[in-house]
Write a protein that binds this ligand. Structure first.
Ligand code: HEC
Ligand code: HEC
Length: 321
């Protein structure tokens, strides 16, 4: 049977909505299949300072949810005045990343909860200590029994926090509304910026639902980023090499999401840039071997700002420099 042309058009409209399936960036949809009790328990734990040595800090100390799911520092403050060796990434939309942390050392959100608890530069404690402290809280113990039908243990703490993190997704970004077919959801400057983002080749690494987070790449395809940066090269700078021990993975990082980059204050794993214009300039230079005029940077920034979606906890959407 030969389909007539109007019929084919109708089918493609039905299947592809307005065609966003052809775009390299995908909209974020609301997730519906989360267990509300586990999410609520996980939220409580995310803000619980008993998860750290001396009850000094919680996940939310570094991953500030009103802000952008991170803090406004190059390196964050861990227990006992220690500093992290990598910039804190956002927890918003982290669920969409292929792996967790800059080097991809952690498989998923569940696995990742383990990392900060025992890291001496972050929570600096041990699981037995955390389980012991939380277990003496009878109300919390009762809540765990109700939600997990089991006493507090490492596994259900990790599970609850990871469930909460799955709810940290930003929806209805103007760009997503545009992808879904509203031609007026973003202005012409943002449309121009998106075209430039594709034309320069940013899209070859920053793509998919999270505009990043779905592949690894070296920093410094053109030029030696680290030699030019100067300073000591630490473990965090070695990136994925620390996980695989493969020399080709030196300075290879998970491509970060750009969903919230315009409400972020510091950029790159080493937090070396505090200005988005400079971060974009560095990307063009070291990843694409190009220089990029200020006018194009402005358009790309306007496009990037249209990627910022909504979440009830995300209230402080101040602009970056
Ligand atoms: C002292 C600051 C600090 C605290 C406290 C902290 N984190 Fe982090 N978080 C970081 C840093 C720094 C990284 C990046 C580590 C790396 O790449 O090696 C990170 C990475 C992550 C990531 C990976 C995100 C991505 O895109 O790869 C998640 C998820 C996360 N943390 C969740 C948590 C949870 C859950 C807690 C509480 C149990 C927590 N963090 C406590 C600083 C912190
Ligand atoms: C070849 C892959 C690749 C290309 C092309 C690329 N990037 Fe990146 N981008 C990365 C990687 C990897 C990082 C993380 C580098 C690091 O932290 O050291 C990154 C980081 C960034 C950051 C900082 C995000 C953060 O959370 O710190 C911004 C902003 C950015 N890229 C924008 C762009 C723009 C705009 C373009 C096009 C001009 C571009 N990138 C092209 C791979 C790429």
């Amino acid at each position: 049977m030969t389909l007539t042309r109007p019929f084919v058009v109708l089918i493609s409209v039905l299947f592809f909505n307005t065609g966003f399936a052809k775009e390299p960036i995908l909209p974020i949809a609301q997730s519906h299949d989360l267990n509300a009790e586990k999410v609520a328990l996980g939220r409580k734990l995310f803000f619980d300072k008993r998860l750290s040595k001396n009850n000094e800090l919680s996940c939310a100390s570094c991953h500030q949810l009103t802000r952008n799911g991170a803090d406004n520092k190059a390196f964050s403050d861990g227990v006992n005045g220690q500093k992290t060796t990598a910039k804190t990434p956002t927890v918003y939309n982290a669920v969409f990343n292929i792996r967790q942390t800059w080097s991809g050392a952690r498989k998923d959100l569940f696995d990742q909860v383990d990392a900060p608890i025992t890291n001496p530069r972050e929570h600096g404690t041990t699981w037995p200590e955390v389980v012991h402290k939380l277990s003496s809280d009878l109300a919390l113990q009762a809540q765990f029994k109700k939600v997990y039908q089991s006493p507090i243990n490492q596994q259900n703490i990790q599970h609850a926090i990871a469930s909460f993190e799955q709810s940290l997704i930003t929806t209805n970004a103007p760009f997503d509304l545009w992808l879904k077919g509203d031609p007026n959801a973003i202005n012409n400057e943002a449309k121009k910026g998106y075209q430039l983002f594709k034309d320069y080749g940013c899209i070859s690494c920053h793509q998919g639902k999270n505009v990043g987070g779905n592949m690894f790449s070296k920093i410094g395809h053109f030029g030696d980023y680290f030699a030019d940066r100067g300073g000591v090269i630490n473990d965090a700078d070695l990136g994925r090499f620390m996980v695989t021990n493969n020399p080709y993975d030196k300075h290879v990082f998970k491509v970060p999401s750009l969903r919230l980059s315009t409400i972020q204050t510091h950029f790159f794993h080493d937090g070396s840039q505090d200005n988005l214009d400079d971060a974009i300039r560095i990307m063009a230079k070291y990843q694409l071997g190009r220089s990029i005029p200020a006018q194009d940077i402005q358009s790309i920034k306007t496009f990037l700002s249209s990627l910022v979606g909504q979440h009830p906890e995300l209230t402080n959407t101040y602009e970056t420099k």
